[in-house]
Design a protein around this ligand. Structure first.
Ligand code: UDP
Ligand code: MG
Length: 332
């Protein structure tokens, strides 16, 4: 896609020569990891001689480890392995923590993110943008349930938070070192990366792309897991669920007062006997439900606070094998 883009608004300083870190989270990707690493290596090599590939094995249960290590020495791979599956957000955090380049590419291992776009991303980075993020231009290949869920999620997110999370932006992106440093400095354990990228700000630009079919295997994100991720995003970046219950509580209280007044007046003026057991039973049940639900929402936030105060690390490394050519120049 070659839609003309507005130039960055900040003054453009000449970028230093590109030193590219490619972060590849991998969970059960053995089926195509070798092909992917070769393709990524060729793409990076065409852009700069100074690059590294970081494979983060997120507790895979297939041969991802063997495949990655078999190619680690020849392709200059830094291989990081988690002690168990910590999830994609943790894998991306580990990549960001360990990358040493002055620009960091985040890319899925399943060929869904087009490698052809990386050169354009680098070009935009050179022109002064600090973050170039891929935006899914066409979700036609996805189920309608997933599309509806995504739509509702972005609406709620952007309504409830003053940080604009770009619609349909994924993790496929190129970030300058200063964005990486900012992300590394964020201490939270509940890492909803799409929110964190937007929170840090900087000069950003969207690059539309159409995701390819997964090369082999299946997506690890079931609707249930996507739902959990959406809840993490909503509770980490908005207080919308809490506010909803405050508003609902206020409306219900006003209605209850009006109804109470009406019953009193009706009895005084027209002498109606106070009846209405069905109304009473139904309203008691309704309001018990409403109360339990709102306590549940509170619990959701308290649970997140509990996870933060425990201060457990976001991930644990079981192995770190470094064949990266950038290793000796560490210190970024
Ligand atoms: N992934 C990961 N940990 C997980 C799930 C996924 O590191 O627990 C990686 C996976 O190997 C892939 C990327 O995240 O490189 C995207 O995952 P997937 O293709 O399953 O998701 P989708 O493309 O459907 O969003
Ligand atoms: Mg995928």
């Amino acid at each position: 896609m070659t839609t003309p883009l507005p130039p960055p608004t900040a003054p453009v300083h000449a970028r230093p020569p590109l030193r590219l870190s490619c972060v590849v989270p991998a969970y059960n990707e053995a089926g195509h990891l070798a092909e992917f690493l070769h393709a990524l290596h060729a793409t990076a090599q065409a852009l700069t001689p100074d690059f590294e590939i970081l494979v983060i094995n997120d507790g895979s249960r297939d041969a991802t480890r063997d495949v990655a290590l078999a190619h680690a020495a020849t392709l200059g791979v830094r291989y990081l392995e988690f002690s168990r599956n910590f999830g994609k957000e943790a894998a991306l955090s580990a990549g960001v923590d360990h990358a040493r380049g002055n620009a960091v590419l985040l890319i899925d291992a399943d060929f869904q993110h087009p490698l052809e776009l990386v050169a354009r991303m680098v070009e935009l980075w050179r022109s002064g943008y600090d973050m170039v993020y891929g935006v899914i231009a066409d979700r036609a290949g996805e189920s309608s349930a997933k599309r509806l869920g995504t739509d509702v999620f972005y609406r709620l997110m952007n309504f409830g938070s003053n940080i604009r999370i770009p619609r349909n932006a994924g993790d496929f992106r190129l970030m300058d070192r200063k964005v990486v440093q900012a992300l590394k400095a964020l201490p939270e354990r509940n890492r909803f990366m799409k929110g964190l990228y937007a929170w840090v700000g900087f000069q950003t630009v969207a690059l539309p792309f159409v995701p390819a079919e997964r090369f082999s295997g299946q997506s690890s994100f079931s609707l249930r897991r996507l739902g959990a991720l959406a809840l993490l995003g909503l509770t980490s970046f908005t207080t919308l669920p809490l506010r909803f219950w405050s508003v609902a509580g206020a409306c219900i209280s006003v209605l209850a007062i009006c109804y109470g007044l009406w019953i009193t007046l009706e009895t005084l003026l027209f002498g109606n006997p106070v009846g209405g057991w069905p109304t009473l039973a139904a309203s008691v049940m309704l309001f018990s439900g409403v109360q339990l639900l709102s306590i549940g929402i509170l619990g959701e936030y308290i649970g997140r606070i509990y996870e933060e105060v425990k201060q457990r690390p976001v991930y644990l490394l079981a192995q770190d094998e470094d064949h990266s050519p950038l290793a000796r120049e560490a210190g970024a």
